[in-house]
Write a protein that binds this ligand. Sequence first.
Ligand SMILES: Nc1nc2c(ncn2[C@@H]2O[C@H](COP(=O)(O)OP(=O)(O)O)[C@@H](O)[C@H]2O)c(=O)[nH]1
Ligand SMILES: [Mg+2]
Length: 178
Amino acid sequence: MPIRQRKIALMGFRSVGKSSVTIQYVENHFVDSYDPTIENTFQKNHKINGQDYVLDVVDTAGQDEYSILPQTYFMSVDGYILVYSVNSRKSFDVVKIIHDKLLDMKGNIKVPVILVGNKRDVAEQFPGEREVSEDEAKGLARKWEVPFMETSAKEHENLFRPVKDIHYLAHCTCTYDS
Ligand SMILES: Nc1nc2c(ncn2[C@@H]2O[C@H](COP(=O)(O)OP(=O)(O)O)[C@@H](O)[C@H]2O)c(=O)[nH]1
Ligand SMILES: [Mg+2]
């Protein structure tokens, strides 16, 4: 079978851990400080049900509520991992805005998205710092009809669920406006 190539972009507010999740996922280690302004693409190979996939994982520099998303994020990306951090309400608001923009640009077709609440370890250690409950995020994911998980890039927690979820992203049939 020929190798299939898919491109997946991590998007979200600054400092939520997009780069940490990406590097933990692709290279299996935690980086404590990573240049927050750069965008990088990593490659990871996966075998899913006997099919080889090469995933291009785009770790974007981050967005805020005012960001104008570049065309390339719509045209060539197969699936999106929208990351917020469980100790930042603002970052949760930002993923909602990004999701709206994606739907808008794609003409409201179903956009393949995974919702990820990172820094779960912080909320476990300091419950008072949690600003977004798991239930609330589950509710949003249900509304969007997308997979959701809380992760910790630091504790390497739940980062292998994306393999299953990437299966979901990789099998979405995306239609692009030409
Ligand atoms: N405690 C904790 N810190 C994290 C986690 N993920 C990232 N960080 C820290 O949060 C800061 C921002 O992470 P980074 O990956 O650069 O965020 P990005 O701007 O979204 O790419 C860094 O200091 C990371 O070490 C996590 O799961 N738990
Ligand atoms: Mg980053």
